[in-house]
Design a protein around this ligand. Structure first.
Ligand code: ZN
Length: 313
């Protein structure tokens, strides 16, 4: 399976910063050491262009970010210090999701080892999100005439507020977010389908709601491509998430999303989104299992013993 990664994803941060930046390089090592993708399938994503970013963002915001004239206040809301490397990282994280979309259209599944920056709005960023990779990638594949309709399936514990706002009224891209009602953002935007779960919702509650939501969203969207945000933060031991989903429950989530799409012939680009477990190994493990689940469905002979036929677009 093709997997997109670059060391640009690992942004140097000030001492004591709470964002677990190391998860990206750890995840890359874990994927590289597995049979999921051969060396030639590990791809370096390109940086998305201004024109590609402008399909999802306002020109003034892009200019402020790119030139470093963005205000301190705007950067505090994003949560990273501004640097050239931060800009390059943000462009390449979107490039990874776009690359995974294109690879998924060929192969059925592909993954970006970053992305899922769903709190980025057209004119501002927040919550560690600068550019909205899902919106940029979905609009790029649409503009290239490769697909008619896209669905964004966002299972990160935080609502995909930026994605919902940017794509509001865009009938070609369906937005589905399942998240913790009590989690940031406290003002929720309107996705095409939102499911807000109560604090401490467990595996049973999460998976039942997801299954119902997926059925409705996939039916209504009639999508030819899915961008799947496999956030690791609905996990029971996450520092920020207010839900109580186990690792096994999250793997079941992956299987549910990926199999539901495959049954309908919808290729899936998997992106990582958030993850703030007390132990960063847990976050990396959850992200790894999402990728492994996709790879197993793509190449059953390499992974699982269930003997299902491979995905055919
Ligand atoms: Zn999150």
């Amino acid at each position: 399976m093709k997997v997109f990664y670059t060391d640009h994803f690992v942004l140097p941060l000030p001492e004591g910063h709470r964002f677990p930046m190391v998860k990206y390089s750890m995840l890359r090592e874990k994927v590289a050491a597995s049979a999921i993708c051969g060396p030639e399938e590990m791809r370096v994503p390109r940086a998305v262009s201004d024109a590609e970013i402008l399909r999802a963002h306002e020109v003034g915001y892009l200019r402020r970010v790119a030139s470093g004239t963005i205000t301190q206040k705007e950067m505090r809301r994003i949560g990273f210090p501004w640097s050239e490397r931060m800009v390059e990282r943000s462009r390449r994280a979107s490039g990874g999701t776009l690359g995974a979309c294109l690879a998924a259209l060929e192969d059925g599944f592909a993954a970006n080892l970053a992305g899922g920056t769903h709190h980025a709005f057209a004119n501002r960023g927040e919550g560690y999100c600068v550019f909205n990779d899902s919106a940029i990638a979905a609009r790029a594949v649409r503009a290239a005439g490769l697909v008619e309709r896209v669905i964004v399936v966002d299972t990160d514990v935080h609502q995909g507020n930026g994605t919902a706002a940017i794509l509001h009224g865009d009938t070609s891209i369906f937005t589905f977010s399942i998240h913790g009602a009590g989690n940031f953002p406290f003002h929720k935007e309107e996705s095409d389908l939102d499911i807000a779960l109560p604090d401490r919702a467990d595996d049973g509650e999460f998976l039942e709601a997801l299954e119902n939501g997926l059925e409705r969203a996939l039916e209504e969207s009639r999508a030819d491509l899915a961008v799947y945000l496999a956030g690791a933060d609905p996990f029971e031991d996450d520092r920020l998430g207010r839900l109580s989903v186990s690792k096994q429950g999250l793997t079941e989530r992956d299987r549910l999303v990926l199999e539901s799409c495959r049954e309908r012939g919808i290729p899936v680009a998997v992106t990582m989104a958030g993850g703030y477990a007390r132990s960063v190994e847990d976050t990396v493990d959850i992200h790894f299992r999402s990728i492994e689940t996709a790879a197993t469905l793509l190449n059953p002979e390499k992974g699982s013993q269930n003997g299902r036929p491979g995905w055919r677009p």
